[in-house]
Design a protein around this ligand. Structure first.
Ligand SMILES: Cc1ncc(COP(=O)(O)O)c(C=O)c1O
Length: 425
């Protein structure tokens, strides 16, 4: 049974308030906010102390970061303060340069390679509709797609007579790479696979996949829903053409935020389907001057347009700074440690528990998926729900369960979960 009585509820207001004041001191009348959380300033905090920065309820162990990452208080404060600022000052906009600066630093790419979106799906749709394809061209997906990557491609394929080929995820990184290699034909134009699928959370060898694609003149479009904030990312080194991600999962940022990375050299080929404010320059309706290629905004800002939320921009900036304050590598290592604890714990429950995430260490990080053999796993999820938030995986008829953990989780939560689960097998 989950140890509710051990939980302290919201006893942190003083400390969090102080943190907020520091954070928001720069949120002045122009709507700007300079860096407020210094890199590595949280590097020596214990994980218990780190947990105290998250107002996340302690009534139930939250083990579903793969769906949504609860924000720490500094991120919430940056967001809320900005909403207040906008509505009190009447100042329009703000935050975009800060968000772009923070994200490009965090992802090792140029600011001009990032379009800020509202979620992963939006980025994937922009890319899937912008790529130049003709009937008969082939796209490679995995057999375990989230609807956010699967449906946009099926939709485009239906509209334009494209052929979607799917590959099985391998039990190792090498096997997955081999499966992709075998699916490539002379008609393959795009490999559009997840970095980390929503089903079993295995980490695909994405750098190698992108290199394989590039060597064959195939475009690599990565569904990076789970990449940002789970591990340090270097998009230039990864070598993909497109990486669509969000800030509301592992980055622990504002909900309804994301980004689309489009490699600089590919931007003139990827058509901007929707355009508006900020995505085009020198446009003239009153003079009937035609809009030409040179009139698109230079850089990825051609892919997003119109008014967005300053609060979300400032929240993204704060989320990046928070991760830099803890340390990207430290976060990854802690996530790996939690994963190992859970993986081995599930193993110790015996063969009734079928673990679906590959054992290979490089192929797993923040997620473990499994199913209890011969049981309705959705019913097990429901039975555990009062004390543990996990995800049922309905995709690809897997009938499995997914546990995803971040730095606010503890080993004792995982032990409690394993014990509770053992009562259902
Ligand atoms: C692998 C994967 N791709 C895409 C998505 C869609 O993300 P969003 O809701 O941000 O569009 C998700 C969401 O869980 C996901 O897990």
């Amino acid at each position: 049974m989950y140890q509710r009585r051990e939980f302290v509820k919201y006893g942190l207001a003083g400390m969090l308030g102080l943190f907020s004041e520091q954070l928001l001191a720069g949120n002045g009348s122009t709507g700007t906010r300079s860096r407020k959380i210094e890199p590595n300033s949280l590097a020596s905090r214990s994980w218990d102390e780190m947990r105290d920065l998250f107002p996340l309820s302690r009534e139930r162990a939250y083990l579903n970061n793969g769906t949504m990452g609860p924000s720490p208080q500094p991120v919430i404060d940056a967001y809320v303060k900005s909403i207040e600022h906008t509505n009190v000052s009447g100042v329009y906009g703000g935050g975009k340069p800060e968000a772009l600066e923070a994200l490009s630093r965090f992802l090792n790419c140029d600011k001009e390679e990032l379009a800020i979106t509202h979620n992963v799906t939006e980025g994937i749709n922009i890319a899937a509709w912008g790529v130049d394809l003709k009937p008969g061209d082939e796209i490679i997906l995995s057999k375990e797609e989230h609807v956010g990557n699967g449906l946009p491609w099926l939709h485009r394929a239906k509209a334009d007579g494209l052929v979607v080929r799917t590959i099985a995820l391998g039990a190792t990184a090498d096997e997955t790479l081999q499966n992709i290699r075998s699916a490539i034909s002379p008609k393959t134009r795009v490999i559009a696979v997840p970095h980390i699928p929503c089903t079993n959370g295995q980490v695909l060898p994405i750098r190698e996949i992108c290199a394989l694609a590039r060597a064959r003149n195939i475009l690599s479009f990565v569904d990076g829903a789970h990449g940002t904030g789970m591990m340090p990312l270097d998009l230039h080194d990864m070598g993909c053409d497109v990486y669509a991600s969000c800030c509301h999962k592992w980055l622990l940022g504002p909900k309804g935020t994301g980004y689309l990375y489009v490699r600089k050299e590919y931007q003139d080929e990827l058509r901007a389907l929707f355009v508006g404010g900020y995505s085009g320059l020198d446009w003239h309706v009153h003079e009937a001057v035609p809009f030409i290629d040179d009139n698109y905004t230079v850089g990825a800002h051609r892919y997003y347009y119109g008014t967005q939320s300053a609060a979300q921009y400032f929240g993204i900036q704060a989320a990046v700074e928070f991760q830099e304050a803890v340390g990207k590598e430290r976060i990854r290592d802690r996530i790996a440690e939690l994963n190992e604890h859970l993986f081995q714990g599930l193993r110790s429950l015996g063969t009734t528990v079928e673990i679906l995430t590959p054992e290979e260490r490089i192929s797993r990080l923040g997620v473990v998926a499994f199913r209890i053999r011969n049981k309705d796993n959705n019913a097990i999820k429901s039975a555990l729900h009062e004390d543990y938030e996990i995800r049922f995986v309905a995709e690809s008829n897997l009938n499995s369960l997914r546990v995803s953990t971040h730095i606010y989780n503890s080993m004792s939560e995982l032990d409690g979960f394993l014990k509770a689960l053992s009562e259902h097998i």
